[in-house]
Ligand binder design. Sequence first.
Ligand code: TPP
Length: 346
Amino acid sequence: MEMNKDELISLYRQMLLIRTFEDKSAEMYAKAKIAGFLHLYNGQEAIAVGALSALHSDDELVTHYRDHGYALARGIDSRFVMAELYGRETGTTGGRGGSMHIASVEKHFWGGYAIVGGHLPLAVGLAYANVHHNTGRIVLCVLGDGSTNIGTFHAALNWAQLWHLPVIFLVENNMWAMGTAISIHSSVIEIYKKAAAHEMYAERVDGKDVLAVHDAVCKLAERARSGEGPSLLEAVTYRYRGHSMADSDVQRSKEEINEQKQRDPLTMYLTNVLLKRNLLTDEQESQIHHEVEAEVDEAVAFADASAEPALDTLYDKIYAQPVANMQIDGSLIRPAALYTGNGTHG
Ligand SMILES: Cc1ncc(C[n+]2csc(CCOP(=O)(O)OP(=O)(O)O)c2C)c(N)n1
């Protein structure tokens, strides 16, 4: 898919937004504004931006827990994403999910998932449902290299291939699964080769090159849409930060991290594409920086000003009925509206 000048500049803006958002999230985590787990996406931005720019905005998306970049690249308002990290009622899932569970029904983003590989069968189900209802939509399922060692990986690939479902399994190979290097956790280092066990079409791409990712996903999306079935794309990348904010990151050497930063996806795209082709001036670039920083500051201000969910809504939007009404901090917590049949939630 050929992109015009504005679209090419937009790829850079999106990557910069993700990086700036992630840096700000780390800062807010350190200030204890954000609690729980926080897995940041620094270094991997070109994959989410390249992949989603190759899909229709209503194609189905389901990801692992490293999901903020996908939410932003899908066009979810950064204020609502930040508010979700803060656990506020204005967040994407009303503050219930937090960092690992950003989701938006409206944007066909069915969520980040915390259970490694747990979302792969869901992606197969989504693809099956879309074929059944003849929607023309395809599914992008994002996972990490470590997730390809888990049973659901093979179960999902098997069914997707057997039923020729329109799903792209996008593996972000950032060389590490938590603190375990790929050479220690996987018998196959070139992850795309694992698809061969299911006779599934697979490719490997430079995950730091946003245009290469875009082109690869365009091709695989076309295959899926024209009934040629599923595929697996391995995007080779690197994450700059530890596994999560709780990780002291002692397993990786400083030399390795610094070497990886020499091929930074944002810098490479800015220098080798936008500036080289005269699509952007230095002034326009610094203007984009200012705009992005202002947007992220606004997201933080919005989250700060948002309320926490009211305690008496604790059981709203859940599937199981609590055993009985209970008291927390002197407040009566009532069963979910879903079960009393008088609410709008569920
Ligand atoms: C079923 C399951 N087992 C273990 C964990 C703990 N865990 C969380 S992330 C992770 C590593 C996943 O690595 P990878 O798939 O490469 O993704 P990355 O974090 O590198 O993006 C593990 C083992 C989990 N969340 N779920």
